[in-house]
Write a protein that binds this ligand. Structure first.
Ligand SMILES: Nc1ncnc2c1ncn2[C@@H]1O[C@H](COP(=O)(O)OP(=O)(O)OP(=O)(O)O)[C@@H](O)[C@H]1O
Length: 267
């Protein structure tokens, strides 16, 4: 579903070069649920932007659903859904349902298919109470659920989310997590998310990619990640230890990474 080979991305900032992502290689198979972790500034968002065609790599090669994202943005948009937790893709002044109708038109979703899909998503994400509310009046949790629904109206095979639970209270977070878990388990949608919330990782992600200084520092299961720091059992302490000791060089996971088996969920 996703293949990144020796991908790099630099930015020129006031005459000097920032290496946001360096020599990043990984594959994500259809049906996986993968979490991308890393300290602030590690290169996670830059990676997501390259996978979704917003940025082109300056070196290496990316394919998503068989397409080069930065060259085939329109074709890719039909196959993937994208949610940025810190930014909405909805129309601020329109009622949520009108935003959905615009998404339907943009993605050319058949009216009947759209009606059925929106009905399912509205039920699963509990949107019924605010479909007629302008987006600017929604709470963050409501807006996030609306954004997730908008990203899924065209039924993409891959959902990419950049910090989908940021700023959500525990109940909203649980609702979003439960929805994503079911989307992956029941519909087989491949999910890749970035997060700083280790609860997302522990509860959802069968596989973790840890990015540090723009490089892939770890690729394995949550249990593999825990095993990297003997004596630490809490995932937060393990990750804090890894960030503080900031390796910036590739680590090898203690066990092989999961295959394309359907992911199982731990909570
Ligand atoms: N458009 C840009 N121009 C210049 N530098 C950039 C740009 N986008 C990202 N960077 C730099 O690239 C590096 C990686 O940034 P990125 O946003 O990918 O990190 P991140 O892991 O998503 O961080 P956070 O967890 O804080 O969101 C940082 O040093 C950042 O300052």
């Amino acid at each position: 579903m996703i293949e990144a080979t020796a991908v790099g991305r630099t930015f020129r900032v006031r005459g000097s070069v920032v290496h946001a992502v360096r020599d990043l290689s990984f594959r994500i198979e259809a049906g996986e649920f993968v979490g991308c972790l890393g300290p602030n500034g590690a290169g996670k968002s830059t990676t997501i932007k390259m996978l979704t065609g917003i940025l082109a790599p300056t070196s290496g090669r990316v394919t998503v659903a068989g397409l080069d994202p930065s060259r085939r943005r329109t074709g890719l948009a039909r196959r993937i859904g994208v949610v940025f937790g810190q930014r909405t893709t909805l129309w601020w002044d329109l009622p949520l349902k009108d935003s959905f109708e615009l998404v339907r038109l943009l993605y050319k979703v058949d009216r009947e298919v759209f009606r059925r899909r929106l009905g399912e998503l509205a039920e699963l994400l509990d949107l019924g109470g605010f479909l007629a509310t302008p987006v600017r009046q929604l709470s963050l949790g409501q807006r996030m659920r609306g954004d997730i629904a908008a990203a899924l109206l065209h039924d993409p095979a891959l959902l990419v989310l950049d910090e989908p639970t940021i700023g959500l209270d525990v109940v909203s977070k649980a609702g979003v997590r439960d929805f994503l878990r079911r989307l992956n388990a029941e519909r087989g949608t491949t999910v890749l998310l970035t997060t700083h919330d280790l609860g997302d990782v522990e509860r959802l992600c069968r596989r973790v990619l840890l990015i540090d200084h723009g490089r892939l520092a770890f690729d394995g299961t949550v249990d593999d990640l825990r095993a990297l720091v003997p004596g630490e059992t809490s995932i937060e302490d393990v990750v804090a230890h890894l960030y503080l000791n900031s390796p910036a060089s590739p680590r090898t996971p203690p066990a092989p990474r999961p295959s394309g088996d359907p992911p199982s969920v731990t909570a």
